[in-house]
Design a protein around this ligand. Structure first.
Ligand SMILES: Nc1ncnc2c1ncn2[C@@H]1O[C@H](COP(=O)(O)OP(=O)(O)OP(=O)(O)O)[C@@H](O)[C@H]1O
Ligand SMILES: [Mg+2]
Length: 504
């Protein structure tokens, strides 16, 4: 074997060439040696080298420290041709067969009898007796239930430095891994590493929780030198088939691309998305703010989960307009009041020289009993900001029909009208809204209420920021909107996979 880097003082004759490893391997190696870390979370697209990085580290830890590991998959039938075969591959490929015995569901290191055991969670023995292991690896962890995880967490106790490693593709942002494990922590970004440890800064991240017992990675195929080639141009491998597959998805299947190429949280289409033509890859782009151009701001009278204001600018070339969502201010409790919103807006745009036009939900024009006589939401907002801006209200007497305005927005998103929408990536709620708002039986937005974790109340998670977008666009382009609303021609929703019409 090539001489070069790590690994063991007990076995000085086993030296590995650094070029056998991806940056993730070196990062995980540090984490596995850190006994303060209880969880290692490896989220990523496919072919990102997650499994191989863990397999290589476990093999090295067996040689070096005699650690025992148990690898769980949901189904025992999946073990043989998955992570288990990666162990066999690394051992044989690197002439380590003299140091390991490979059995059906176990790999044993003959130097010190340390071992890795493979088990399905459908095995009757399940998680019994795992307390003696140093590490538990949960491969394809999204297949496991939250209950499986809780059992494992509870049973892996009693030894110093015991670790749970979760490896998964982020298939759904509703998954318990996100909702129960990740969203409950406060995360700080960690440095992406130097040289051998350097992860791709555009798509990868490395984070640590406040309690400093979890490291959380996001990686993609761009971090795998055995797909994209080593940066030295000599080592690694360029796997053109894999790259071509990702490229195919980029063009044909947005959600597949986001999840499996980019490691983003997915929400696979249920077929009843309200904004079915919204394509994040085409519409979400970095925007620049121009202090001399008009700011179009649109508000929805809603306070939970936040009081939303979206902030837009426009570029006009003849009849063609690009409306650009440059920012959003979604004021969460306890900051979800008009005063806080106005303050935040002024703070974000202190030197604005263009006009500010206010849009929003027409029903908020009616006097609200909570508000003084003669006042409405827009007037109140106007009062709070017009000391420093030239303002104007543009709220129609009546809102556009909820179903028709959805159809209109889909026409725009499909590129059939002269108006074109772009959204800055920082408008996270607006983007999520366009992606996840569902349609109800009546063709309008489905406003489903969910129970809050924070208090004893329910709220509608989606539909508010996109409402602000609808109000703004339908009002700013009202001539075109009414032309659309009164014509009988609408483009239909077409499934890319089948070419079949899905809607209307
Ligand atoms: N260090 C390495 N040396 C050689 N080949 C590697 C290495 N790391 C990854 N590969 C190659 O890249 C492929 C993908 O890596 P791996 O299976 O670890 O990705 P993954 O992130 O676990 O993907 P998935 O989410 O699809 O399971 C491997 O099957 C292997 O061919
Ligand atoms: Mg894998």
């Amino acid at each position: 074997m090539d001489s070069g880097t790590p690994m063991s003082s007990d076995n000085p004759d086993i030296l590995f060439n650094k070029k056998l490893f991806n940056p993730l391997f070196f990062n995980v190696k540090d984490d596995m040696a850190n006994t303060d870390l209880r969880y290692l979370i490896l989220r990523g697209g496919s072919s990102a080298g997650k499994t191989v990085a863990v397999v290589q580290n476990i093999i090295l830890s067996m040689l070096e420290s005699g650690d025992n590991t148990i690898v769980f998959r949901k189904y025992s039938s999946d073990i043989q041709d998955s992570i288990f075969s990666d162990f066999r591959w690394f051992i044989t490929e690197n002439n380590l067969s003299n140091y390991f015995v490979i059995q059906q569901h176990k790999v044993i290191c003959t130097l010190n009898n340390s071992f890795v055991r493979f088990r399905g969670l459908d095995d009757p023995e399940k998680v019994k007796g795992i307390s003696g292991f140093r590490r538990v690896v949960l491969e394809e962890a999204t297949q496991l239930t939250y209950n499986d995880f809780k059992q494992i967490r509870k049973k892996l106790r009693g030894k110093e430095g015991q670790q749970i490693i979760l490896i998964f593709n982020p298939i759904s942002e509703e998954h318990w891994i996100k909702k129960k494990l990740l969203d409950n922590e406060q995360w700080t970004n960690l440095y992406l590493g130097d040289r051998d440890r350097r992860l791709n800064s555009e798509f990868a991240f490395k984070k640590q929780n406040k309690g400093k017992n979890i490291t959380y990675y996001k990686v993609t195929y761009r971090d795998n030198y055995f797909v994209v080639g080593h940066p030295d141009g000599i080592h690694g491998y360029i796997d053109q088939h894999t790259i071509d597959d990702f490229e195919y998805d980029r063009v044909h299947d947005e959600m597949m691309y986001l999840v499996y190429a980019n490691g983003e949280w997915g929400m696979f289409s249920s077929g009843n998305e309200f904004y079915w033509a919204f394509n994040k890859l085409k519409i979400v782009k970095k925007q620049t703010y121009d202090p001399d151009k008009t700011l179009h701001i649109s508000i929805d009278e809603n306070v939970l989960p936040y009081l939303p204001l979206t902030i837009w600018q426009m570029n006009c070339h003849g009849n063609r307009h690009t409306v650009r969502a440059i920012d959003e201010l979604c004021m969460e409790p306890p900051m979800n009041s008009l005063s806080h919103l106005a303050t935040a807006f002024k703070k974000s745009y202190p030197n604005h020289r263009g006009a500010v036009i206010i849009y929003g939900d027409a029903t908020s024009m009616k006097r609200d009993v909570k508000i003084e006589q003669g006042y409405n939401l827009f007037k109140l907002l106007d009062d709070k900001i017009r000391d420093i801006y030239k303002t104007k209200l543009r709220v129609p007497p009546k809102n556009p029909n909820p179903m028709v305005r959805g159809m209109y927005m889909n026409e725009i998103f499909s590129g059939y009208r002269d108006t074109h929408v772009e959204i800055d990536p920082k408008c996270k709620n607006l983007i999520a809204d366009y992606r996840y708002t569902k349609e109800n039986e009546d063709g309008a937005k489905l406003k489903q209420r969910i129970k809050s974790d924070l208090g004893d109340y329910t709220y509608e998670p989606y539909g508010h920021t996109s409402d602000t977008g609808d109000y703004f666009i339908c009002e700013a382009f009202k001539k075109d909107y009414y032309k659309f609303a009164t014509s009988n021609r609408t483009h239909k929703r077409v499934s890319i996979a089948t070419g079949q019409k899905l809607h209307y």
